[in-house]
Design a binder for this molecule. Structure first.
Ligand code: SAM
Length: 279
């Protein structure tokens, strides 16, 4: 049975183009178009937006993004075997899908798009985290993109939205939450993918704040948070002693007990300490 966009079901697409999943490229495909439409909807209202999709594969999510009304989709795919299948989607949506064949870590795809921009991807875990960190640390803030809607391993998604006092709380939570609103919008079991991965996954939606939640110098904050969580079991006066000779006094000036551990310190407190250290 043909799908609503008149294109064949994804199982047929995969069979006719010989897209057997490659482990080396982290290929776990989503074949249920209802599910890919839900992920596209989780990205918010896409009408009037340019969308960057990384790793379209056979195009399930791409079809969701186009059907949900994206003004234009630019998709970057490393596996050239997927290009003919993506060309069929481009033909069904004239002028709205462009595909770049290449490695998303090497292509400056955002330079090809016009704001407002949404980024949406179901990517291998290592590539996804690396791209996330890059998207969160542009030279200037706000970034050119408005939202990120990304699939991660459930455990990574939990680290992104973690709050103080939890095991998952750390550098990633602070990096994300300093400059974005972040929430988990969808959880998926391994069986949602073909082939199924070993662990569960979750889609995280991030919205860029117009400016960071609290003032702080980005480099100082990053150094501070890295030092604090590199030795997360230690008291901060010990974990941070390399950052300033009078670290106890600085911690107290920022309203943080020197005996506190990183896991208990809020984003606002870290930002206060970063300002204190930059003085
Ligand atoms: N988006 C499709 C879906 O949801 O069914 C495919 C998802 S699959 C988890 C990851 C996709 O990312 C694969 O198509 C893979 O070839 C592609 N990929 C892996 N590394 C990449 C990279 N560095 N740059 C661009 N695409 C990459």
């Amino acid at each position: 049975m043909a799908a609503i966009d008149g294109l064949p079901p994804l199982r047929e697409v995969i069979a006719s183009h010989g897209l057997s999943a490659k482990k080396s490229l982290g290929q776990n495909f989503l074949l249920d178009l209802n599910l890919t439409a839900r992920i596209a909807r989780a990205a918010g209202d896409l009408s009037g937006m340019d969308v960057l999709e990384v790793g379209p594969g056979p195009g399930g999510l791409t079809r969701g993004l186009l059907a949900e009304g994206a003004r234009r989709v630019l998709a970057v795919e490393k596996d050239s075997r997927c290009l003919p299948a993506l060309a069929e989607i481009a033909a069904a949506y004239p002028g709205r899908l462009e595909v770049i064949s290449g490695d998303a870590l090497e292509v400056d795809a955002l330079a090809h798009l016009r704001p407002p921009i949404a980024i949406c991807a179901n990517l291998p875990y290592n590539v996804g985290t690396e791209l996330l960190v890059r998207w969160l640390t542009p030279r200037d803030w706000p970034p050119v993109w408005s939202t990120l809607t990304l699939m991660f391993q459930r455990e990574v998604a939990e680290r992104i939205v973690a709050q103080p006092g939890s095991k998952a709380y750390g550098r990633l939570a602070l990096l994300v939450q300093w400059r974005c609103e972040a929430r988990i919008v969808l959880s998926l079991p391994p069986e949602a993918f073909t082939p199924p991965p070993k662990v569960s996954s979750a889609v995280v939606h991030l919205k860029a704040l117009p400016e960071p939640r609290y003032p702080a110098d980005a480099a100082v904050l990053e150094r501070l948070v890295a030092a604090a969580f590199n030795q997360r079991r230690k008291m901060l006066r010990a974990a941070l002693k390399g950052l300033a000779p009078d670290i106890e006094a600085r911690l107290e000036a920022a309203g943080i007990a020197p005996t506190e551990r990183a896991e208990q310190v809020s984003l606002e407190q870290f930002c206060r300490l970063a300002r204190e250290l930059a003085r």
